[in-house]
Every structure is written in structure tokens, then in C-alpha cells.
Ligand binder design. Structure first.
Ligand code: SF4
Ligand code: SF4
Length: 179
């Protein structure tokens, strides 16, 4: 799956990490003022159940954005203070508009630092929001074309649980990606 844009750019492409090994579908976000009822999926909803293939957490590098509150939760889980966790597991990405956003580190092969073969995400319950909301990201659900492009790299899309349009909108409205 194509997961990344350049390391610097605006905005950098996030890693479409969803639910790596384990889990089925994204958790619902709050219902949002969301898209109009005329959206392309409004009548049908969208299907997704993770197949646990691990593709979205491995391979070509990408960005897995993590907020400071999420970092604090992760650090607590790992028994680290937030600064140590930040230094050890994240990198700062500079946006052209001046923002600096943290992204999880990757290994040399592009795998997320928290991915382990055979296990999947080793911080599953503390994973960043963008990992929870895949594939119902704003940019992914924006058009049927963007959905189809993403589905080409994610076998969990277009199969499995039917997620109603309202739920899709709610998740997309708070997908965890830097705006
Ligand atoms: S099915 Fe999709 S979300 Fe699940 S691990 Fe594979 S690429 Fe990631
Ligand atoms: S934190 Fe977990 S779910 Fe998110 S990219 Fe890393 S291994 Fe995948």
C-alpha cells in the first residue's frame, strides 16, 4: 500500500496504519457535522474488517502521527517518562506552515517501530488515533476514487463489517491526522 509522501512536504502523507494484526474495524468517533447526505457512500455505507495482513504497518516508510496526549498514554504504558518516549520512539516532522508534529519512528526497513512480525502491533491498546480510524480518514472517504486507491493496498476494505454512513462521517471527522 502506498503509505507515504516525502518526509518533508505539505502535508506529509500519513501511514495508513489501521489495525494491524488484531482488530476488526475502526472505533467510532463522535458524530460530526459531516458530509452531506449526498456523499458517495451515504446510501451504502462502507465495508471494512481488518484481515490482519500487517501491510499498513510495514514496508515503505510513512508517517504515524502521534499527539502529545497519545504520547503520554504510550509512555505510561511503556513505563517511560514522556520525554524519553519521545526521544526513543518518535521524530519531529516540520510542516511548511510552521507546525511540528510527532511521528512514530520506523526501523530501517520502514516497519513501524512497534510492529512485530507474528504479533502485529505491540502497543495495540495505546496506538495513535490514526491507526484506529483507518480506513475512514477524511482523505480516504472523500471520493470513491480515493477509497478505491486505498483499497488496492488494504485487503480489509470493501469486505467485512458494514459501517453505516453516519459512523463513517463521525470517524472521518476526527481521524487523528494533522489537518
Ligand atoms: S487489512 Fe488493511 S488495515 Fe488491516 S493490517 Fe492489512 S492493510 Fe492494515
Ligand atoms: S502503532 Fe501499531 S497500529 Fe500504528 S503503525 Fe505502529 S504497529 Fe501499526
Amino acid at each position: 500500500m502506498s503509505r507515504r509522501g516525502p518526509l518533508q512536504g505539505a502535508p506529509p502523507e500519513p501511514r495508513p496504519a489501521g489495525k494491524p494484526i488484531g482488530g476488526d474495524s475502526a472505533s467510532a468517533g463522535e458524530q460530526a457535522p459531516g458530509p452531506k447526505a449526498s456523499e458517495w457512500f451515504s446510501e451504502t455505507g462502507l465495508r471494512f474488517t481488518c484481515t490482519r495482513c500487517g501491510a499498513c504497518c510495514t514496508g515503505a516508510a510513512g508517517f504515524t502521527w502521534i499527539s502529545e496526549p497519545e504520547l503520554a498514554v504510550l509512555a505510561d504504558h511503556l513505563g517511560l517518562d514522556p520525554d524519553t518516549c519521545r526521544r526513543r520512539y518518535t521524530r519531529s516532522v516540520h510542516f511548511p506552515d510552521g507546525r511540528v508534529v510527532l511521528s512514530l519512528n520506523e526501523r530501517g526497513n520502514g516497519d513501524c517501530v512497534f510492529f512485530r512480525a507474528g504479533t502485529g502491533c505491540t502497543v495495540y491498546d495505546q496506538r495513535p488515533r490514526q491507526c484506529r480510524t483507518w480506513p475512514f480518514w477524511k482523505r480516504v472517504v472523500a471520493t470513491s476514487d480515493s477509497w478505491s486507491q486505498s483499497a488496492a493496498g488494504c485487503p480489509g476494505m470493501n469486505q467485512g463489517r458494514l459501517v453505516a454512513a453516519d459512523e463513517v462521517r463521525g470517524i472521518a471527522s476526527d481521524d487523528g491526522l494533522p489537518g
